[in-house]
Design a binder for this molecule. Structure first.
Ligand SMILES: [Fe+2]
Ligand SMILES: [Fe+2]
Length: 134
């Protein structure tokens, strides 16, 4: 499996700061893949996962603040989905650190879905509203 490439047509929400955040999240996932392929140790992989979680929290808060400001009607549902994603990632990291789970190609596939499914299905929906109401 190769690294994931950003594709504007597929992934852009046409709001530059959020596209930049999404690219950064993608970068962490690719970094994780690379570190794994290079056979890096657990400390390094844990570090990247922690950075991914931190940046995810930051990004979700930024989106929620923007949606709130624009009185986005889907805010509550979007927040709920953010919480589920954060919990999933947090659990994955805890399991990895506790030795209950390995970081593998499946982890990489999971994270790819985890990120892009949300962008394409959920984030893309806020685009017209935020554009019309910010
Ligand atoms: Fe997002
Ligand atoms: Fe989102």
């Amino acid at each position: 499996m190769t690294l994931i490439e950003w594709d504007n047509n597929l992934y852009s929400v046409n709001i530059e700061k959020f596209d930049n955040d999404h690219k950064k999240l993608l970068q962490f996932i690719n970094d994780l893949h690379q570190a794994m392929m290079q056979g890096q140790g657990k400390a390094k992989l844990s570090n990247i996962l922690d950075e991914l979680l931190d940046y995810t929290r930051y990004h979700f808060s930024a989106e929620e603040a923007e949606m709130q400001k624009a009185n986005y009607p889907e805010l509550e549902n979007h927040k709920k989905l953010h919480k589920e994603l954060t919990d999933q990632l947090h659990q994955l990291i805890e399991d990895y650190k506790a030795g209950k789970k390995e970081v593998s190609i499946d982890t990489f596939r999971f994270l790819k879905e985890w990120l892009f499914n949300h962008i394409q299905v959920v984030d893309k929906k806020y685009e017209p509203w935020l554009k019309a109401n910010s």
